[in-house]
Design a protein around this ligand. Structure first.
Ligand code: SAH
Length: 210
């Protein structure tokens, strides 16, 4: 059930859903999603569905992971990516295959500990994780080519924009019960907003949880 064949079926489904970028399809086919959920759920890891990871959080649906990764690559291979909400670590593991350096922040400590262990097992050495509040970004490693996340703030956190590289962009779901995936691109004349599509993510919450 966690075989290469099952994984390839997932890739075929992603293609049918419109994911075209070979770098993304390759990265998804090489990343074992079943390692990012509890054993009892591993048999469902290659279904196109979000799965619970505890603390009322979910590992995003494969389609949305692929879509966000594809968007992250729109300007070529990113150098530094800041991810808000490590969760299970799955999106980080996929990103690790297509970008140079991943910096990932998670506010719930036990989730972060598990994610770190999985990333170690997979030898994703270009991922650095931190327990903290994503709303604050990670100034020490700024600027980032891409800032992205799978938790929705009510509005775009303006202070994060200052951690973007010139020509960098932020990609976040924004809103409450109705959310849009929004891209804010840094340009010489300021920030340009693009609405990508309707989405549904868990809310981004302030502060940390031990
Ligand atoms: N991409 C993740 C999905 C995780 S769900 C995966 O592949 O598994 C979103 C995650 O964002 C949750 O783990 C949640 O705890 C975290 N989160 C919510 N608000 C946050 C914040 N302010 N800072 C950091 N992480 C946050």
């Amino acid at each position: 059930m966690t075989s290469q064949r099952t994984r390839l079926r997932l890739i075929e489904r992603l293609k049918a859903q419109g994911i075209r970028d070979d770098r993304v399809l390759q990265a998804m086919s090489e990343t074992p999603r079943h390692l990012f959920v509890d054993e009892a759920l591993a048999h469902r890891a290659y279904e196109d569905t979000a799965l619970p990871i505890g603390f009322n959080q979910t590992l995003s649906q494969p389609y949305i992971v692929a879509r966000m990764t594809e968007l992250a690559l729109q300007r070529g291979k990113p150098g530094r990516v800041l991810e808000l909400g490590t969760g299970s670590g799955y999106q980080s593991a996929v990103l690790a295959r297509v970008a140079d350096e991943i910096y990932s922040i998670e506010r719930i400590k036990p989730l972060l500990s598990k994610a770190k262990a999985r990333l170690r097992t997979l030898k994703a050495r270009n991922v650095r994780c931190m327990h903290g509040d994503g709303f604050e970004g990670w100034a020490e490693f700024a600027p980032f080519d891409v800032i992205m996340g799978a938790a929705a703030p009510e509005t775009i956190p303006q202070n994060l924009l200052s951690q973007l590289a010139p020509d960098g962009f932020l990609l976040l779901p924004v809103g409450g019960s109705e959310q849009k995936l929004v891209q804010m691109t840094s340009t010489s004349e300021g920030f340009e907003e693009t609405i990508i599509e309707d989405v549904f993510f868990v809310p981004m919450r302030e502060g940390v949880h031990r």
